[in-house]
Design a protein around this ligand. Structure first.
Ligand SMILES: [Zn+2]
Length: 67
């Protein structure tokens, strides 16, 4: 990877970050490190498998049962 590619990647990343801040939306793939409901840490494997995941397995299961 050369310097120009790196610069483009960086500006893309900054743009996405600014856009996310403006719209209040988190960019896709930005998973939470801990559960939105109970605060338990979400395993990295789960975050990789489900980009943008915000709940641990336990809370996700409860949420699905509520539907
Ligand atoms: Zn949870």
């Amino acid at each position: 990877m050369d310097v120009i590619d790196r610069a483009n990647d960086l500006s893309d990343w900054l743009l996405a970050k600014q856009l996310a801040a403006q719209t209040g939306h988190r960019p896709a793939g930005d998973s939470r490190a801990d559960c939105l409901e109970c605060g338990e840490p979400i395993p990295e494997a789960r975050r990789v498998a489900l980009p943008g995941v915000t709940l641990c397995v336990h809370c996700q299961t409860l949420m699905e049962k509520r539907r």
